[in-house]
Design a protein around this ligand. Structure first.
Ligand SMILES: Nc1ncnc2c1ncn2[C@@H]1O[C@H](COP(=O)(O)OP(=O)(O)OP(=O)(O)O)[C@@H](O)[C@H]1O
Ligand SMILES: [Mg+2]
Length: 222
């Protein structure tokens, strides 16, 4: 039997990294084996791709190049890291995954959605999260939080880029995520990310705990 695969999605500054850290800590306190990763990156090839995405942001990179770089990083992460971890019955938590490409490159930049879904399937080899936490937030509030944090963490999070991109871009991304969640209500949990960190963590745990419970029973664990 395989492990469990949870992903965190949402616009910049919506609290993905914060909540991923809290969930991992709670799971570990509960005695579970947890492995954390992020996109792009998570492997040495993926980290090299990540630095290309960071280094060339805003410059000559066209949307299709950006798309394939994200997909290349994902293909490597799935095979080298996520699938083996799941096979070793680990709970994998990932900061952004395939849905981010649909939201950013598809809804945000206008790359054909059907094409993205097809190549996402190639990249992931069909690997799908058991649960995707969507932290829903107005991108204006996300931007405010990222500014306050004073540090950027992802190519898309470059403050320059975030401010340079029309806010409509980030509004489209947010709407894209919500559309994805409507299409797969069983896989997604939409959370109002304006709530306190504690309230959000409690909502996430209320959804995760039963999944862990039935998984533990299936696996014959304590
Ligand atoms: N519920 C919350 N309410 C207010 N501030 C929050 C909340 N959750 C996180 N923050 C703060 O907002 C900032 C952004 O949070 P975090 O880095 O977790 O977001 P993120 O979604 O991972 O961002 P990025 O897209 O840039 O990776 C941090 O300074 C964090 O401490
Ligand atoms: Mg983050």
């Amino acid at each position: 039997m395989r492990g469990l695969f949870f992903t965190f999605e949402g616009v910049e500054g919506s609290g993905k990294t914060t909540q991923l850290g809290r969930l991992s800590a709670t799971l570990r306190q509960d005695g579970k084996r947890v492995a954390e990763t992020r996109e792009p990156g998570g492997t040495s090839l993926g980290d090299a791709i990540r630095s290309i995405l960071l280094a060339t942001r805003n410059l000559e990179m066209v949307a299709e190049t950006e798309l394939f770089l994200y997909l290349a990083s994902r293909a490597q992460l799935c095979r080298e890291w996520i699938a083996p971890a799941l096979n070793a019955e680990t709970i994998v938590v990932c900061d952004r995954f395939a849905d981010a490409t649909v939201a950013y490159q598809g809804y945000g930049r206008g790359v054909d959605l059907k094409l993205i879904r097809t190549i996402n399937r190639v990249a992931t080899g069909g690997l799908t999260p058991d649960l995707t936490i969507l932290l829903d937030l107005d991108p204006r509030e996300g931007l405010r939080r990222v500014k306050e944090r004073g540090q950027v963490s992802l190519p898309e999070s470059s403050l320059d880029r975030l401010e340079a991109e029309a806010l409509e871009f980030h509004d489209r991304v947010r709407k894209g995520y919500l559309q994805l969640a409507r299409e797969e209500p069983h896989r997604f949990q939409i959370i109002d990310a304006t709530q306190s960190e504690e309230a959000i963590a409690a909502e996430i745990w209320a959804r995760v705990e039963p999944l862990i419970g039935s998984w533990t029973v299936q696996e014959g664990r304590r």
